[in-house]
Design a protein around this ligand. Sequence first.
Ligand SMILES: Nc1nc2c(ncn2[C@@H]2O[C@H](COP(=O)(O)OP(=O)(O)OP(=O)(O)O)[C@@H](O)[C@H]2O)c(=O)[nH]1
Ligand SMILES: [Mg+2]
Ligand SMILES: [Zn+2]
Length: 337
Amino acid sequence: MLQKNIAALVEPPFECGRIVSQDRGSYTVATCHGEKRAEITGAFRYSAQVASDFPIVGDYVAVLENEQSNTTMIHKLMPRKNLFARRGVYGSAELQPIAANLDTLFITAALNRDFNVRRLERYMVAAAGFDVPCAIALTKIDLVDDAIEHIKAAKAVAGGNPVVTLSALEGKGLEELLPFFGPEKTIAFVGSSGVGKSTLINVLLQEERLAVSAISSQVQKGRHTTTRRLLVQLADGTSIIDTPGMREFALADAEDGVNEVFSEVLQLAEECRFRDCKHQSEPGCAVREGVDADTYSSWNKLEKEAAYETRKTDRFAAEAEKSKWKAIQKANRLRKR
Ligand SMILES: Nc1nc2c(ncn2[C@@H]2O[C@H](COP(=O)(O)OP(=O)(O)OP(=O)(O)O)[C@@H](O)[C@H]2O)c(=O)[nH]1
Ligand SMILES: [Mg+2]
Ligand SMILES: [Zn+2]
């Protein structure tokens, strides 16, 4: 669970730990000596400014145990390999972190009536935007006679990333996950509620550790059974992160991700007749001619959303900069008095 090269960066008396879960203000941290409840120090809290400055599940941290008071404090966040996040509460430019240090993010979808490739595409864009390696996991294949159409549709948006198909219920296709396992590997499952993330992890753990519950039969949607992110470990040392099903996945910081997932659109755009073509209804638009209607509308929507988020982030950054200057000027004025 602890990566040797990161643990080596932690100098005594500190010890390296990994965040396995989070409960309001406190964390559960796994160290070489087992799991401990831990809190961040006052100095850490004081220097942290945005949500992504705080530890999140999957993070490595430097901790110090005080045997007298029987407390463990988190002193430092170790450098991250990557961070997967979405946009925070509506109207804010803050990221809402989901998990850190992932080797593979499994974008999970069930082969029931709720299956929707556009949703997969949205997660792919986010993963690409955060440079998080990803794969698509199609679950509940026992619900369809033939999964070939679903697989084709998923592969079409996966852009070369792996697509695995499985049934946790029947134990089918689990071996497709083996290439992603290993003692230093961390994988996470994300997706809508009810797609079977926790059920799958229970099967892999070979015990009923995580709560699961049936989806509603009318709307085929889950009941948001998992309520917090949790990192568990398989017998072979693989770290697996379970996450609560997400209702909507709002993009943050995703313009690069859109360009990567829709590289086909980007290439075609170079052939448009007008250099400033907006790819709406201009004559000789290579994009409108070259991509199918579904892909076009999906790209158009995600591209607009990502551009809007970027503008908003820039505006917030500018405002933060302005208020910082105001504070400095005020401090200077007070000093001069
Ligand atoms: N038919 C079928 N049902 C499955 C399979 N995997 C899970 N389920 C069922 O799907 C329902 C939801 O499973 P969960 O594991 O709770 O789903 P989840 O993705 O963790 O949902 P949240 O925690 O709400 O995000 C349960 O009733 C499971 O028994 C499968 O492979 N086939
Ligand atoms: Mg769950
Ligand atoms: Zn065009």
